[in-house]
Design a protein. Structure first.
Length: 141
């Protein structure tokens, strides 16, 4: 498989995974993730830290405070085993009805046809650097 074919495959896989998330079909969005995936939440999450394994990622996806959550996918760029995804996360609070929207970037690391790591960024420059698409060093946010 050429690099272009692999990039297209990952773009299709990720878009399908986000669509499954939006339909709350969380198991379908986990299919292409390694069983021991590392999910680095960084500064985009109040809790921060790293989640490990599909079950913990599934628990993170399952809404508890929200009655609606959606991820809109923007541009996807691939650089070798790194895939950068621009996202807009929209939620509505279950009890408050307050709607929030947050733009961010996710850097996926893929190996042997599985996602092994995800890093979340709230600034594009850091995400570009982490994906090897910029000349500045990456620094998780």
């Amino acid at each position: 498989m050429t690099q272009d074919e692999q990039a297209r495959m990952w773009e299709e896989r990720l878009r399908a995974g986000y669509e499954a998330f939006n339909r709350e079909e969380f198991d379908d969005s986990l299919e292409f993730m390694h069983p021991d995936i590392e999910w680095h939440r960084g500064a985009v999450s109040i809790e921060g830290g790293v989640i490990r394994g599909r079950e913990q990622v599934r628990a993170l996806m399952t809404p508890d405070m929200f009655d609606r959550q959606e991820i809109k996918v923007g541009e996807i760029q691939t650089n070798g085993e790194k895939v950068l995804v621009e996202t807009t996360f929209r939620v509505r609070g279950r009890s408050s009805g307050i709607e929030l929207e947050n733009r961010g970037w996710q850097v996926w690391t893929v190996r042997d046809n599985l996602a092994v790591r995800v890093e979340l960024y709230d600034e594009e420059a850091g995400a570009l650097a982490a994906a090897g698409l910029a000349s500045t060093p990456a620094r998780p946010e």
